[in-house]
Design a protein around this ligand. Structure first.
Ligand code: C5P
Length: 294
């Protein structure tokens, strides 16, 4: 979704869910090779871009989000400008709705939207592959958001296989007020402790939330639970509630479950909100390729 008013360009940056996440091994560069089925959902940060004499980032609704080089938007803007041999002149405003440290990819989605937005504002004409390559230096999930759609993500996050057979449905998203550091979770990950059977539910002939839900898994759950035991406690209270499995996304702390019907999602969300004192929201899986991209 992309709108231009006067000189101001506005983009929406969606959140992601890792429906499956298999850690394949540790790489020589310290990162881990993954295989992950990823979808985007209709929870968005919003970014706007305007010409300016210098680079400036404002976060409109959350003073705890850094606006300096710690912010991935800042890093993305500087890298894009450096690659293009120009000064990073832009005023970027961010309205944050995706919680940080939740495994929802908010920071990477913002960085991807920044690359897409500034590519347009600065008339650079960089293609998707070039923006993805720049984005990978900022964060492993940035290429995913630049490509959009529903994909299998491999390597560190740079190898993306688009899926034709897409999943439609509703997500109940549980967001504890806990930030989990991705690096800490990978450091706590123990290859020896894998206790699941690796499935590939995206290959099912009949792709529905009901059919895939029991096959979803996340290799990082156990490590995230060790890093942040409160996530494990919340998971224990929600997993199995009304016979519904609950999975974690990315390196946590957010968790989710899927439904084919909106009314079933809303019903389960109200049960979950009664069971745990954390934010519970219903979202839609983005499936049409025009929607499922920045
Ligand atoms: O790329 P990103 O900044 O999201 O990664 C944060 C940290 O998570 C990395 O420094 C690394 O320790 C870990 N990571 C990893 N393998 C990946 C992605 C992230 O080990 N595929």
């Amino acid at each position: 979704m992309n709108s231009m008013k006067n000189d101001r360009l506005t983009l929406r940056a969606p959140a992601k869910l890792n429906l499956t996440l298999a850690v394949k091994g540790r790489r020589a560069d310290g990162y881990h090779d993954l295989e992950s089925w990823v979808v985007l959902i209709d929870r968005y940060d919003e970014l706007s871009f305007e010409p300016s004499a210098h680079f400036c980032l404002d976060v409109e609704n959350n003073p705890s989000v850094p606006t300096d080089e710690r912010n991935l938007i800042h890093q993305a803007a500087v890298r894009l400008a450096e690659r293009s041999g120009i000064e990073p002149r832009a005023h970027v405003r961010l309205f944050k709705r995706i919680p940080a440290g939740a495994g929802l990819g908010g920071g990477s989605s913002d960085a991807a939207a920044c690359l897409v937005g500034l590519n347009q504002l600065w008339s650079l004409r960089c293609g998707v592959e070039e923006l993805s390559e720049i984005g990978l230096h900022v964060g492993s999930d940035v290429p995913l958001f630049i490509h959009g759609g529903q994909v299998i993500m491999r390597g560190r996050g740079e190898v993306l296989q688009p899926l034709d057979n897409t999943l439609t449905g509703w997500v109940v998203l549980i967001c504890p007020k806990l930030q989990v550091a991705t690096g800490e979770v990978y450091a706590a990950y123990d290859h020896a402790a894998r206790d699941r059977c690796e499935t590939r539910p995206w290959e099912l002939a009949e792709l529905s939330c009901r059919s895939v839900m029991p096959q979803l898994f996340n290799d990082l759950e156990r490590a995230a639970f060790a890093v942040e035991p409160e996530v494990q406690q919340l998971h224990a209270r929600l997993d199995g509630l009304h016979d519904q499995r609950v999975r974690m996304t990315g390196s946590g702390s957010a968790m989710f479950t899927l439904f084919d019907q909106a009314q079933d999602a809303r019903h389960w969300a109200s049960l979950a909100a009664d069971a745990v004192p954390v934010a519970v929201h219903v979202h839609k899986i983005l499936s049409a390729s025009a929607d499922a991209r920045i």
